[in-house]
Design a protein around this ligand. Structure first.
Ligand code: UDP
Ligand code: MG
Length: 313
């Protein structure tokens, strides 16, 4: 059986469009399938729409989180509740072209464990968003050796790969990264990202920044090493500059002072604060992991065969 997992947050009428399109694509496969829609605490009528679709038959299942936990948590909830031998993760806003799913399934049948869709274009992103994504993806790829350039969350995971992914105990997960980190036989398909079927992107600059910081801190300690490296560079400079200043002073030449002092204060101050910030981010991650709170809470389920599935770990 094939499971399709889609996170839904305030998609409203988009839910109906999505379900109709998926029924069309999945119905044509000639395979058994289920569509798992995870309502990530929507404030609009998304849940009632999902529930209405779920009541039409066993193929559509709904999972309602108790509040907005964020896309990553919603994905995880969907993945933990999916029963398929292969699971396809797709956005509910139809930006990921569902027409690619049959090809993903063909590749899976031919032996691939992970089939990733990579972006050929970045439709629907602002120039600033594009630049940010580029810088982040390249930095991430370089620091972690996990290739994120042009990656999307649109991917198929075969059961062994999914089970490996679900064994990861991290609380703030980063699906794009973890589903690459696990390895397994991988293939990629280039896709064209469409415009949103309705509404606007749910991400704000702030939530994207959080995603980037979470992704980085959960994958690599390279930023910490960068701080150490920066500190060492500063130490080398201060030895050279210190000796020079002392020698001049002994020769009776005082260094022309004020601008130099201000500049040094600013530079060192910035560096110290940045360094503290980096350490703080890691500390916050540790704090989060140690608290060990559930990653999401389920308020309601529809059409799920067994209700004894743990709603959180
Ligand atoms: N989404 C979610 N929870 C959130 C934000 C987004 O479940 O807190 C869902 C959203 O409904 C959509 C998918 O994640 O199905 C991608 O969101 P969006 O289209 O806003 O992101 P973008 O395409 O701009 O990256
Ligand atoms: Mg989108």
């Amino acid at each position: 059986m094939i499971s399709v997992v889609a996170p839904v947050f305030n998609e409203g009428a988009g839910v109906d469009r999505f379900v109709a399109r998926m029924a069309e694509v999945l119905g044509g496969l000639g395979e058994d399938y289920e569509l798992v829609l995870v309502d990530d605490g929507s404030a609009d009528d998304s849940w009632s729409r999902i529930a209405a679709h779920a009541s039409t038959g066993p193929r559509i299942r709904g999972l309602r989180l108790s509040r907005n936990f964020g896309k990553e948590a919603a994905l995880l909830a969907g993945l933990e509740h999916a029963d398929g031998d292969a699971v396809v993760v797709i956005d509910a806003d139809l930006q990921h072209p569902p027409s690619v799913i049959p090809e993903m399934i063909r590749r899976w049948r031919a032996g691939a464990h992970v089939v990733e869709a990579v972006k050929r274009n970045r439709t629907g992103q602002s120039p600033a968003g594009r630049l940010g994504a580029r810088v982040f993806n390249r930095a991430f790829t370089r620091m972690t050796k996990v290739d994120l350039v042009d990656a999307t969350d649109f991917r198929l995971l075969a059961r062994p790969a999914l089970d490996a992914l679900l064994r990861m105990p991290e609380h703030s997960s980063f699906f794009r990264g973890t589903s690459s980190w696990i390895g397994f036989t991988r293939e990629t398909i280039e896709v064209d990202i469409d415009h949103r079927a309705g509404g606007a992107s749910r991400w704000t600059a702030r939530s994207l920044f959080r995603l980037a910081v979470n992704g980085l801190t959960s994958f690599t300690s390279a930023p910490l090493h960068l701080v150490t490296l920066g500190g060492l560079t500063f130490a080398a400079f201060s030895v050279v500059l210190g000796i020079q200043t002392l020698v001049r002073w002994m020769q009776g030449q005082s260094v022309a002072g004020f601008p130099t002092v201000i500049l040094l204060l600013l530079v060192t101050g910035t560096f110290v604060l940045l360094g503290l910030g980096v350490i703080g981010e890691y500390l916050a991650r540790i704090h989060e992991e140690v608290r060990g709170r559930p990653r999401y809470l389920v308020q309601e389920l529809t059409g799920l065969p067994s209700l004894d599935v743990p709603s959180a770990d």
